[in-house]
Design a binder for this molecule. Structure first.
Ligand SMILES: [Zn+2]
Ligand SMILES: [Zn+2]
Ligand SMILES: [Zn+2]
Ligand SMILES: [Zn+2]
Length: 259
């Protein structure tokens, strides 16, 4: 069992031979009431377990339950030491959390937006990339992917403070892209309406990004019954050549969105 991903079940004293999981002294029966650690589910003696209370990552990710629970001394220290480390993979542990907790869905969207923006800023001037990094440091995992969280991050979700820190960075980055001569050119023209105004993948409320070829369209233009024209051209070429091998075609703008 992984203590970070699964809620601990009490295993019963006989499963640990009526011995404290920490120091192996006898517990239970005549030796006094053993104490349960809610993090690992094992029993401890009163010296190894001083009724300290702490957040249980698995309870947060499975039940969105932020109540502190009694944990043994060793796990109390361990969980505190790890509080800032991004070891909680929400997508692996409970992908349905995003359906149940709208705040988490919002954070996920902000992180995807940040991942798009990162590719612009990291291919621009070094000083801009540095400014961007500094704004999030040391939590660079927040823009490297969207799955990993530290316990400290999750504690900031209900208060809204994680969302507002991400929004601050997004604001900085979008402002740069729109005003930068280099970055602003790396957008897309919607092929479905040919409106000359450039659009960007990080404009997630207004745009749709083809999951296959990564081309960006207006959300309003890319309705369900309109296939992606770029993918269609690709398929057409492949059928002409009678081969299923993807053809390498020059893609002047696709480098922007390789996250
Ligand atoms: Zn003990
Ligand atoms: Zn730039
Ligand atoms: Zn359009
Ligand atoms: Zn496509």
């Amino acid at each position: 069992m992984c203590q970070f991903s699964e809620i601990a079940n009490e295993k019963g004293l006989d499963a640990q031979n009526f011995q404290c999981k920490g120091c192996s002294r006898s517990i239970g029966l005549i030796f006094g009431k053993p104490r349960t650690c809610k993090f690992d589910g094992w029993y401890y003696c009163y010296e190894c377990h001083e009724n300290d209370e702490y957040y249980i990552p698995a309870l947060i990710v499975h039940n969105w339950d932020f109540r502190k629970q009694k944990v043994c001394k060793k796990n109390f220290e361990y969980l505190q030491d790890k509080e800032e480390q991004p070891y909680i993979n929400v997508e692996d542990i409970n992908p349905r959390l995003y359906e149940h907790v709208p705040e988490m869905l919002e954070i996920q969207n902000l992180r995807v937006q940040l991942m798009h923006l990162k590719t612009y800023l990291f291919t621009c001037k070094q000083s801009i990339a540095e400014d961007f990094r500094k704004l999030i440091w040391p939590r660079d995992y927040l823009y490297e992917g969207r799955e990993l969280y530290s316990l400290a991050d999750l504690l900031q979700v209900p208060t809204g403070s994680l969302a507002s820190s991400l929004q601050k960075v997004i604001k900085f980055a979008t402002k740069h892209v729109y005003s930068c001569r280099l970055c602003s050119q790396k957008g897309f023209i919607c092929e479905l309406c040919n409106n000359p105004k450039v659009i960007y993948a990080f404009e997630m409320d207004a745009t749709f990004r083809c999951p296959q070829c990564k081309t960006v369209f207006h959300k309003a233009c890319k309705t369900d019954n309109r296939p992606c024209p770029k993918c269609q051209r690709r398929q057409h070429r492949q059928s002409l050549h009678g081969s299923n091998k993807p053809l390498l075609t020059p893609d002047y703008d696709s480098h922007v969105d390789q996250v």
